[in-house]
Design a protein around this ligand. Structure first.
Ligand code: MG
Length: 392
């Protein structure tokens, strides 16, 4: 199925502006380092079924929206139109800008930035397989609802059949065209778009959603949204590396050259601490392992300074949306003793990873004479990293 998306974003949100002393209306305020509207548009952009997006807003903000689109890779933005006096009017103006050959029209509030593209796409697939002309998402009413007059409860409303209806709402194009024709013939006050179809006596199918689809209407909503995003997701990654030791080779650990009669054999500089950290970084974001990115059959990596592997792994983690919080490592080497170099190794690793010193651990152990490390045949390192999702 193919759909045009309409995003009404004309509400002025004066309440929020006043209470937060903000200069901009709510769709343009930032949550987690990105404007509310940009998040909503980005989610729509990533829905494969959506071919174009039209925003209805106060045209004063058009340049901001175009900039948002450029900055966040929103390529499907087809138009930004002047919003009307009411929501219904705004949606209609945007509707007129959509491509008539696209059979479905989806309307989604600009201030609902949380619904993911996957959920929207799933909703559209359900729409496609259902036999109606109009669809909305919603959830069963949870709070107790009462009718109150002059501050006194008049009655308790039976909530078993009450639903909160949200957006997205989807319409067959010809259904929405007809609904608007009817509406313009006999206008009424509609708070959403499904109302227009209901008004014609046509069924609107409701699909239940459970995902967060908060509408940012009040200052409290905005603060909650910020908290949700800023709490951030964390990830743990683990890595280990072992190299054979050979006399006469340089020994590098955490980017520090250690005076030693033997060093690690390897295609690169054989820095086991850095290699373990690289694997931990890659592992935390599901980006494979060091061998996939820097194969030892590749001539480019012969004798390579392992710090370039760290830079690449950090950038891959960054591209996946994560930044590093801390790292802890242990190196196992029988000889030479590393005690005198631990401080330097820790400092080097901190600079390399852009971390404060107290977020970096470098611990050194001997193997008590046991195993390959104990016999002085190998050097081994283990690393654990914690990553946090960035709020942008
Ligand atoms: Mg290695």
């Amino acid at each position: 199925m193919k759909a045009s998306a309409i995003v009404p974003s004309a509400g002025s949100g004066r309440r929020i502006q006043k209470s937060l002393k903000a200069v901009l209306p709510k769709p343009y305020l930032e949550i987690g380092g990105m404007p509310v509207l940009a998040r909503t548009l980005k989610n729509l952009e990533d829905v494969p079924e959506i071919l174009e997006i039209v925003v209805a807003c106060d045209l004063r903000y058009r340049p901001m929206i175009l900039k948002m689109a450029r900055l966040h890779g929103i390529t499907k933005l087809k138009g930004v139109v002047q919003g009307g006096k009411t929501r219904t009017d705004s949606v209609f103006r945007a509707f007129c800008r959509t491509n008539r050959n696209i059979p479905y029209v989806l309307v989604h509030d600009g201030v609902r930035p949380f619904l993911t593209s996957q959920t929207i796409s799933r909703f559209l697939r359900r729409v496609k397989n259902s036999g109606h002309d109009a669809w909305a998402v919603g959830r069963l009413m949870v709070p107790t609802v009462k009718e109150v007059k002059k501050g006194i409860i008049v009655r308790t409303v039976d909530r078993t059949s009450l639903w909160e209806i949200e957006t997205p709402q989807v319409f067959k194009r010809e259904t929405l065209t007809k609904a608007y024709r009817e509406f313009h013939r006999a206008p009424f006050v509609a708070t959403d778009d499904a109302s227009l179809v209901e008004h014609m006596g046509k069924p609107v199918k409701v699909f239940e959603i459970r995902e967060n689809n908060m509408k940012i209407t009040t200052p409290e909503n905005l603060l909650t949204a910020r908290k949700i995003l800023e709490s951030g997701e964390t990830r743990t990654g683990w890595g280990e590396d072992c190299h054979r030791l050979e006399p006469g080779r340089p020994l590098y650990l955490a980017g520090v050259r250690i005076p030693s009669p033997w060093g690690a054999k390897g295609h690169s500089d054989g820095d086991v601490i850095l290699h373990a950290v690289v694997d931990a970084l890659l592992g935390a974001v599901g980006a494979g392992d060091i061998g996939e990115h820097f194969p030892d059959t590749d001539k480019r990596f012969k004798g390579a300074d392992s710090r370039i592997f760290i830079k690449k792994a950090l950038s891959l983690a960054g591209r996946a949306g994560f930044g590093i919080l801390n790292v802890d490592t242990t190196v196992i080497l029988q000889k030479p003793k590393l005690g005198a170099f631990k401080g330097k190794m820790r400092a080097r690793l901190a600079v390399l990873l852009g971390l404060p010193g107290d977020a970096v651990g470098v611990k050194a152990k001997t193997a008590e004479g046991l195993g390959a490390e104990g016999r002085g045949e190998a050097v081994t390192a283990h690393a654990v990293v914690t990553l946090k999702r960035r709020n942008s």
